[in-house]
Design a protein around this ligand. Structure first.
Ligand SMILES: [Zn+2]
Length: 393
């Protein structure tokens, strides 16, 4: 908002060319001065002719200059006049100066919180009758990082040196220290300890030991468990999916596959993520073919399969023929470098509950994988954590 006020002419200088016009000079001076002062509150433009001709002692012959008093600065005015039948001319310079200070509109109190910097200039606006743009400054010491009440000043100065100052208060409130809310459960999902002293956690129906998701004959996944953060989405997948594998695991697998290929070894994922219902029908088929007791030695019941985690997959040909291949040998000796373990190592049936599977890899991360690799003498997850793998029936 600009408050338009007309500048007041406080100084009028008239430069007369001849001495005998000194009287006129004074009269004009006085008249111009007076008129401009009077006009200042009403109009922004003054006709010089109107001013001069009011004085009876002289007559203005020619002047159509317009003096605009809303602009600061010098105005050259040329006046022709007649006195005692003699025509004369004088020039005058009218200097218009501004004597009105800028107007500051502002908030008397500005409030913020500690460390929340705000722009103090958004709380102030300045206008001036001169219509010039005027900078406003904040004077005083303050800090947004230090709680307190600061007495400050907005200061605005126009080009004529008129200064306006306004006191305001900046309040910086102390940052509220948020107290940690009481946790709903203090055990973080811990439901017990393994025989080796590891915490067993159950989160959303899923068992974890030392942050490793555990699935075996003892520990089942919920029927509706679908892995998240997989390379390709496992949501609504009904069949075996080779790429619905945990992103981290899959990226590690791609590297492993490349490294194998560079040695002339071909490995591929034959069976990856399997949803609950697929595992259910697979298992039921095996039971029908071989009977339940036999099926339980090589196939998991629904909800008990590593394949439902999205962290496991089978390589190449899913049978003992694979075990004899140079690929299987390389996988056995190198998978741990990529964070994979042989989930069902040779000679560990009594721990894992399953026969040896040279083709079944499970991702657990490099650290644990190297421990379980055990320089080639694989340890099962069950042994390492001290857990069982037995169905309850
Ligand atoms: Zn498998």
């Amino acid at each position: 908002m600009v408050n338009k006020q007309i500048a007041e002419a406080t100084k009028v200088e008239l430069d007369l060319s001849q001495d005998e016009t000194k009287a006129i000079n004074e009269a004009v001076n006085s008249a111009v001065n007076e008129e401009i002062k009077n006009a200042a509150s009403a109009t922004s433009e003054i006709k010089v002719e109107d001013i001069i001709s009011k004085d009876n002692r002289y007559k203005v012959l020619n002047s159509d200059d317009v003096i605009s008093t809303n602009k600061i600065g010098d105005i050259e005015v040329k006046i022709l006049y007649e006195i005692e039948s003699e025509e004369k001319e004088f020039k005058c310079t009218i200097k218009v100066v501004d004597t009105i200070a800028p107007i500051i509109e502002y908030d008397e109190e500005v409030v913020t919180n500690q460390d929340e910097n705000i722009n103090l200039f958004k709380h102030v606006s300045v206008s001036d009758n001169s219509l010039e743009e005027i900078d406003v400054k904040v004077e005083g010491e303050y800090g947004f990082n230090k709680p307190g009440t600061y007495k400050l000043e907005y200061v605005a100065e126009d080009s004529s040196g008129n200064v306006t100052r306004r006191d305001f208060t900046l309040v910086v409130k102390e940052k509220k220290v948020t107290k940690p809310s009481a946790k709903p459960s203090s055990n973080n999902g811990v439901i017990g300890k393994t025989s080796k002293g590891f915490d067993i956690k159950k989160i959303n129906g899923v068992f974890y030991i030392d942050e490793i998701l555990i699935v075996n004959k003892t520990y089942a996944l919920p029927k509706n468990f679908v892995p998240k953060n997989t390379y390709e989405s496992a949501v609504d997948v009904k069949t075996n999916c080779q790429t619905c594998i945990d992103k981290e695991a899959y990226n590690s697998w791609l590297k492993m596959k490349d490294d194998a290929a560079s040695l002339g070894l071909g490995i591929c994922i034959q069976s990856g993520y399997r949803p609950y219902n697929l595992q259910k029908s697979l298992y039921n088929n095996y039971v029908e073919r071989d009977g339940k007791k036999a099926a339980d030695t090589y196939s998991a019941r629904a909800g008990h399969s590593d394949h439902q985690t999205g962290l496991a997959f089978d390589l190449n040909s899913i049978n003992d023929d694979f075990t004899k291949t140079k690929e299987a040998k390389w996988v056995n000796d190198n998978a741990y470098k990529y964070g994979f373990i042989l989930r069902f190592p040779q000679g560990k049936e009594k721990y894992t509950g399953y026969k040896y599977e040279s083709w079944h890899l499970r991702y657990v991360g490099n650290e644990l994988a190297e421990k379980l690799y055990n320089n080639g003498d694989w340890i099962s997850l069950e042994e390492y954590f001290g857990i069982t793998s037995k169905y309850s029936d």
